[in-house]
Design a protein around this ligand. Structure first.
Ligand SMILES: [Zn+2]
Ligand SMILES: [Zn+2]
Length: 693
């Protein structure tokens, strides 16, 4: 039997699987989490080994394994304090004042103290690894006589009793085949050498993590730099939006130089350390020979000129890079904190993306889990619910249009086999999704392991039609833009596919001119497929006719009469005439509202210019083109699968040569794209579902 928990992805309780991704599960009831008692509503997060043991008060005990990332999570930097401060009392405006970018990102580009120490002392570690001190050890071993060098006294008595080692018996005695000999051996496995070998491991790990981080920072800086200039493709709206988030006077060029310098230096250190891992010393010490982090200063470590510096380097590592051993409580606390912070970060990105679409709060309320924020914007009135479990949903007209869930697992930093398992676990969970869901996880766009983990639900490479997965990072300026692309799909995409606007009326319109844009959709249902240039003249006459009839009937009903029956009939007649007029006016209003829908539809989603030229054709398909920026948007029905896909393609001045790597569309179009075109033929409207196969 398995335990149950609240699944954040679906928002409903379900049985815990044997393998999952961290951040998806929340305790429904109180219970024991990795042996610690926790209340209901606690996120179910694994321990440092990636194992979760959970015993709910209301269910049996169960164990879930999680993929463990190869590296520790990158710090949130300046966002750490900002996000903590916002949670609970921050309002819309307060949240939007916080840049989604780590403001201290340049701090990490300087040389860290441990790196200084390595620059000074690494040569000594190299010397030790090349020519280590050894213990001379002499032990006895049975060897062939021809190989024996030094024979201990005991050899004679041993030989006397071991006939199997005799070669032959002669007149004078025994001729031995094998004798006991003294063998000398250099013993490498002494404490000091273990220190050196383990120090190589520790430093290698440190340098690897640092390299990855500086590389991420440099990628971030390059992105900022790239967005500081107008792109040749002409996608300057995207560039301006992205760059606005930066807006700081940090000297980019200098920071980039510094980052490259650091990369070179760390690369050289890594090269030297990797060479040490094939040195005589390192290969002689088994990997399982561990050394406690607290160094014991032995004679050699204190006095030998090389070992002394090795000890100094160890102490520097201990001081600056050793994370220490944490208790289960501390580990859980940290994990819970990291998960909660990442939830907030996901909200911050979403709020910035919403603001880009022109949303503003109706009444500004403090945002906290459980709060509901009413929003108004060009894409329609919406509600943002921040749920108690840390996820949030966007609703329109009572319908959930997007659910956002954050997972603290950096899916790009897992072992290959774990990535595949994680992806298939997510796919399994997504099968029960009822609403469009966005999963955000920490990561760099450039290290996406599989395309499905950086795809929006409409992309050919997506994991599931209802699930979008995107990496976001505090050093990646384009994170907001990626989130905005998902919003674009659920807001604009849904608005496009809602074409044409329809309405119902009980009116019959025989004898009336039906204008071209109005299309009958069966009994009493009409669709406005094209804007009406003007209303038919007969419609105006009809309004006047019905108004006159009302006036006439009202006048008659107001004449007092002795005949009660006649009076009632006259009144009923007046009411009927009024209803007929109302029905007619309601029809005209519906036509007008539908016209407004089309006006909105003709407004360019990229540059907001109105009045795009609309062409419509069979099967509720349409195409609009912006006269200002040249963007085109349309809804097209696929002839093979029958699905209607919304399209939005900004006009590109020059078409870049694309490598269809994960995230190519984010880099080219940003948020301003719906159904992804074929990267090798951007002008083709081929069905993405067929392309994905
Ligand atoms: Zn435009
Ligand atoms: Zn299709």
């Amino acid at each position: 039997m398995t335990g149950r928990a609240l699944n954040r992805l679906t928002g409903a309780p379900s049985p815990l699987p044997g393998f999952s991704v961290a951040g998806l599960w929340v305790a429904e009831h109180g219970g024991l989490l990795n042996g610690l008692s926790v209340p209901a509503g606690t996120p179910l997060l694994p321990d440092a080994r990636g194992v979760l043991t959970w015993t709910s008060h209301a269910g049996p005990a169960c164990t879930v394994t999680f993929p463990v990332p190869l590296e520790t999570l990158a710090p949130l930097g300046s966002l750490e304090t900002a996000l903590t401060g916002l949670a609970g009392e921050g309002r819309w405006a307060d949240w939007l004042q916080v840049s989604p970018l780590d403001r201290n990102l340049a701090d990490e580009l300087h040389r860290f103290p441990l790196e200084d120490q390595m620059a000074q002392d690494l040569t000594h570690l190299e010397a030790v690894c090349r020519q280590p001190r050894t213990h001379l050890e002499i032990f006895e071993e049975r060897q062939l006589v021809s190989r024996a060098r030094q024979i201990p006294v005991r050899a004679v008595t041993y030989l006397a009793s071991h006939t199997e080692d005799w070669e032959a018996r002669t007149l004078r005695g025994v001729r031995p085949r094998r004798v006991i000999t003294n063998v000398r051996d250099d013993l490498y496995d002494i404490y000091e050498n273990r220190v050196a070998a383990r120090l190589v491991d520790h430093l290698t790990r440190y340098v690897r993590v640092r390299l990855a981080r500086v590389q991420a920072l440099l990628n971030g800086l390059d992105t900022i730099d790239l967005n500081a200039q107008a792109p040749p493709t002409g996608m300057h709206w995207r560039q301006r939006r992205v760059y606005q988030l930066w807006g700081e006077s940090l000297d980019l060029t200098e920071a980039q130089l510094l980052a490259r310098e650091r990369l070179d230096e760390l690369g050289r250190l890594l090269y030297r350390l990797e060479r040490l891992s094939v040195s005589p010393l390192y290969t002689q010490i088994p990997a399982r020979r561990q050394v406690p982090a607290n160094l014991r200063l032995t004679n050699i470590l204190g006095n030998d000129p090389h070992y002394r510096r090795v000890a100094r380097l160890w102490l520097a590592w201990f001081r600056y890079a050793h994370t220490g051993f944490t208790s289960i409580q501390e580990q859980q606390q940290t994990a819970q904190h990291v998960a909660a912070q990442f939830d907030r970060y996901a909200l911050l990105l979403t709020l910035h993306a919403l603001e880009q679409f022109g949303f503003a709060p109706v009444t500004d309320v403090a945002l906290h889990p459980g709060a509901i924020l009413q929003l108004r914007g060009p894409e329609g009135d919406s509600e943002l619910d921040w749920h108690a479990d840390g996820t949030f949903t966007l609703r329109q007209a009572g319908q959930v249009i997007l659910r956002v869930v954050a997972s603290p697992t950096p899916l790009g930093q897992l072992r290959t086999e774990d990535v595949d398992r994680a992806a298939s676990a997510l796919k399994t969970e997504a099968a029960t999704l009822t609403a469009q869901t966005l999963l955000l996880y920490p990561g760099e766009a450039r290290q996406t392991p599989v395309a499905a983990l950086q795809a929006v639900s409409s992309d050919p490479t997506r994991l599931h039609p209802n699930l979008s997965c995107l990496p976001v990072s505090t050093v990646d300026l384009e994170s907001v833009e990626r989130v905005a692309r998902v919003l674009r799909l659920v807001l604009t995409g849904a608005r496009f596919t809602a074409y044409p606007p329809t309405f119902d009326t009980a009116l019959t319109l025989p004898g009336h001119v039906i204008p071209d844009g109005l299309d009958s959709r069966g009994a009493g249902r009409w669709a406005l497929v094209h804007p009406l240039s003007s209303l038919p003249e007969t419609w105006g006459e009809e309004t006047e006719r019905r108004q006159r009839a009302v006036d006439e009937a009202t006048r008659r009903a107001n004449i007092s009469s002795q005949d009660r029956g006649a009076q009632r009939r006259a009144q009923r007649d007046a009411e009927n005439r009024q209803n007929e007029l109302n029905e007619w006016t309601a029809f005209l209003t519906a036509v007008e509202v539908s016209g407004q829908h089309l006006t909105h539809l003709r407004r360019c989603p990229v540059c907001s210019a109105g009045g795009g030229a609309l062409t419509n054709w069979a099967d509720d398909q349409f195409r609009c083109e912006c006269g200002d920026c040249g963007a085109t948007w349309s809804v097209r029905r696929c002839q093979s699968c029958g699905a209607r896909h919304p399209w939005l393609l900004p006009h590109l001045h020059t078409v870049p040569t694309l490598e269809a790597k994960p995230g190519w569309a984010d880099q080219l179009y940003g948020r301003d794209v719906l159904t992804l075109p074929d990267p090798f033929d951007l002008s083709s409207y081929a069905c993405p579902d067929l392309r994905g196969e």
